[in-house]
Design a protein around this ligand. Structure first.
Ligand code: SAM
Ligand code: SF4
Ligand code: F3S
Length: 465
């Protein structure tokens, strides 16, 4: 009999990828994915530590699971409750101490040992937050099910940059790149299963480097060129990039590889050099402007998104004005805005006396959000009257509707029969909203049609990788 596995995912796309891989690791043990925690045999909460709110949500979820676990126990059955991901890595034993409902706590680097951990959990509470010398990527099984029209592929993990506000170097560990041959093999399997768009993932994906199949060191640009040779792979994306690692070869790939989508998520965090230096970002605002200029030179229709932190310790009105100026100059298609939140164990959290008052942070956040929302709406409005290619990758909210994305990540629901799932259609845009475009199909992909695939698995992401 299939055992029920429920995984709830918070945070970035890397967590979404990890959750899918956890399901692959558990499939040989008879676990099949369920839509809800009701009656589940194993529940995994795959957590994010970027915001304080995110870790608190985990504890309220655990509160709800306590009742469900008790109900199962009364029926003589067991529910194993696990906390995984970045909160698990950062808080480890504290979670076991604070939440008796939890049976297992494991970090992002140990989930390939889930079969062993599940076996141990029958007799003890399990804590596994090691950083093993051998990468998990060497032990993970192949994907057990088609990954959908649009799939994630982790190529890089961890970070050596140590921005002063960020937990990632501590929760994900040192920067690691998978080798080109295994990435290409995974990409070919995805495409054979019907995937038409691959998003390469990494905390600093453009720091990816590895030995090429015929020797020599490849960077991300070279890897993208090799991926573009896989027949049937229509679209390639990558996220998240660091401005310092935007190599020439990656920039020129935007000019030369048509499958590489004209959309780059390039976090800047602040427009003030003083704050960027305090954050240990290793780039100045003008260097960021230059990188953006070069990307746009390579691909004039390229759009950008970014991350911003407001209210970093010591941030003055003048620093914040520099951020607004940078946003105005660059013009973003999308942006993620965060109020600075002291993360335990990071250097900035120790700057106790210099924290910006909450009220000021909130004011700055509202002003920044107003600016980026206006830019996002203007960017979307600019599409009205144009015809844009949309890769249909999931069902729409209404009957007879499919959804897809434009090259610039806008969601586009259209009236379309199921047989068009997995194909690229040309949509004439008639209206734009803050987060989506509306329109009708003008033409469908060449008569042969694209490879079709199962729609992607639903996932909750609050943030890219
Ligand atoms: N690797 C990416 C980069 O270099 O920018 C992002 C990594 S982080 C997981 C995602 C985003 O969360 C960051 O870009 C930052 O804007 C935000 N973030 C991280 N730590 C934060 C903190 N302590 N307070 C507020 N926002 C934070
Ligand atoms: Fe690394 Fe990005 Fe975190 Fe900086 S913000 S430490 S570059 S993951
Ligand atoms: Fe969150 Fe960890 Fe991703 S802290 S954003 S889940 S790398």
């Amino acid at each position: 009999m299939t055992k029920k596995l429920f995984i709830k995912t918070w945070g970035c796309q890397m967590n979404v990828y990890d959750s899918a891989r956890m399901a692959d690791v558990l499939a040989p043990l008879g676990y099949g994915l369920a839509e809800s925690p009701e009656g589940a045999d194993l529940v995994i909460l795959n957590t994010c530590h970027v915001r304080e709110k995110a870790s608190e949500k985990v504890f309220s979820e655990l509160g709800r699971l306590r009742a469900e676990k008790r109900r199962k126990a009364e029926a003589g059955e067991r529910m194993i409750v696990a906390v995984a991901g970045c909160v698990a890595q950062a808080e480890g034993q504290e979670i076991l101490d604070r939440a008796p409902v939890v049976d297992m706590v494991f970090g992002p680097q140990t989930y390939h040992t889930l079969p062993e951990m599940v076996a141990r959990a029958s007799g003890e509470r399990v804590l596994n937050t090691d950083f093993p010398a051998e990468s998990k990527f060497d032990s993970l099984p192949e994907e057990t099910a088609p990954q959908g029209v649009s799939a994630f592929l982790a190529v890089q993990e961890g970070c050596d940059k140590f921005c002063t506000f960020c937990v990632v170097p501590y929760t994900r560990g040192a920067e690691y790149s998978r080798d080109a041959a295994t990435v290409l093999a995974e990409a070919r399997r995805l495409v054979a299963g019907g995937t038409r768009e691959i998003t390469l993932l990494g905390q600093n994906v453009n720091a990816w480097h590895g030995e090429g199949p015929e020797g020599g060191t490849w960077g991300l640009g070279r890897l993208i060129r090799a991926l573009a040779e896989i027949g049937g792979l229509a679209r390639i994306r990558y996220t998240t990039s660091h401005p310092r690692d935007m190599a020439d070869d990656l920039i020129s790939a935007h000019a030369e590889v048509p499958q590489l989508m004209p959309f780059v998520h390039l976090p800047v965090q602040s427009g003030s050099d003083r704050i960027l230096a305090a954050m240990n970002r290793k780039h100045r605002a003008d260097e960021y402007r230059r990188v953006v200029g070069r990307l746009r030179e390579a691909r004039p229709d390229l759009a950008l998104s970014s991350d911003f932190i407001v209210g970093y310790p010591d941030e003055t009105d003048r620093d914040f004005a520099d951020t607004l100026r940078l946003v105005t100059e660059i013009g973003y298609a999308q942006a993620y805005t965060f109020m600075y939140s002291p993360r335990p164990g990071t250097p900035a959290a120790g700057m106790a006396g210099r924290q910006v008052p909450e009220a000021v942070k909130k004011e700055r956040l509202a002003a920044l959000q107003q600016l980026v929302n206006a830019q996002q709406v203007a960017f979307n409005m600019d599409m009205v009257g144009r015809t844009v290619p949309v890769l249909l990758d999931r069902r729409g909210h209404r009957a007879g509707q499919l959804m897809g994305r434009s090259p610039w990540m806008q969601s586009v629901p259209v009236a379309a029969p199921d047989r068009l799932m997995g194909t690229i259609v040309e949509v004439r845009v008639s209206a734009a909203r803050e987060n989506s475009l509306a329109g009708e199909i003008e033409t469908t992909e060449a008569a042969s049609g694209g490879a079709r695939a199962a729609p992607g698995t639903a996932a909750l992401t609050e943030y890219p990788a």
